[in-house]
Design a protein around this ligand. Sequence first.
Ligand code: ZN
Length: 380
Amino acid sequence: MNRATKMSPTLPAEDTLAPARKVLAASIGIDSHIDTVQRVLVMGEDLSKRHDAGHVDIPRLREGGMHAPFFALWVPVFFRGAEAVSRTLDLRDAMQSLLEANTDQLELDTTAADIKRIVKSEKIAVVLTIEGGHTIDDLRVLRTYYRLGIRSMTLTHARNNNWADSGNDTPVHNGLTDFGRDVVREMNRLGMIVDLAHVSDQTFYDALEVSTKPVIVSHSSMRAISNVARNVTDDMLRALAKNGGVIGICFGMGFINPRDADALRSATDTEAEAPPLTGRELDAYAAENAQKLFGERVKVVAMVEDVADHIDHAVKIAGIDHVGIGSDFDGIAATANGLEDISKMPALVAVLLKRGYSEADLKKILGENHLRVLREVTGV
Ligand SMILES: [Zn+2]
């Protein structure tokens, strides 16, 4: 056996990913949902450095070619009323500190035009979003969030709130209340993207009926493949396409492979239990909860190819213009094997290239589709 033959089966993985890296370098990489801000607030992590823990930091964003992530201010559902508003502001403040400490690397953006300019300047464009409509019970608060640079909000998180049903709870409103419909109208008017991840099916259809702008489902996958409430049905995909919206495919445990779904269900249940605490005691409980989420590495069955299956299915049903990436990194206990953190994005792109996606199609999935929604909603 000559040396060349002997070497060929063990070529470094780096070489096989070169075409994928090239596609990512030519794209504006948008991930429509990461929960990394909580690691800044709760654990005081410095995102300018590369970490082994968690899924996202600035060096890994650059390695993964994702230059415009939607940073979610995720407020767990056990924060209620004024506590939920206060928690949103704490997360917004943590994000501000991060922006100010890294002005050479990060810049806040509030429009699609901003994203293009910032990414061109080789910085990471930060889009701010809110996870959980329980953070507003008043349109004045919603408008204030908008003025703080927030450009999207999921209508619910893992439990019903006072005006919308969640997909992980027993319905009490039969979708959106009249006030919930006003929230959608006000988001349309302000220029905030309505995000339908986490909502019940009826809330989803009610919001589409009211919204005059494209919506997103920032981090969900296909119910046809993994039958969990957090994923969307084919009928919902068709409605989303008709609205002009985009789904960001989630990489999290249980969303992708049904064999991981039971573990996902138990994780969702634990998080939703609300303790009778307020103030600092509630913050301490939230910190403990976050540590639990990141503490133990859970084994998952799902592979990067399974994620590609969800993308294939979404493209088949909704069309290439309505599918994007919404990993849920730093909000999930475990991800698909091969996509352990955001630096591994080239592995997913390599699988999609192998399946025959053109560079133009991949650019849409990797960011152009979400960019279009942001442009249509903000008007810029
Ligand atoms: Zn979520």
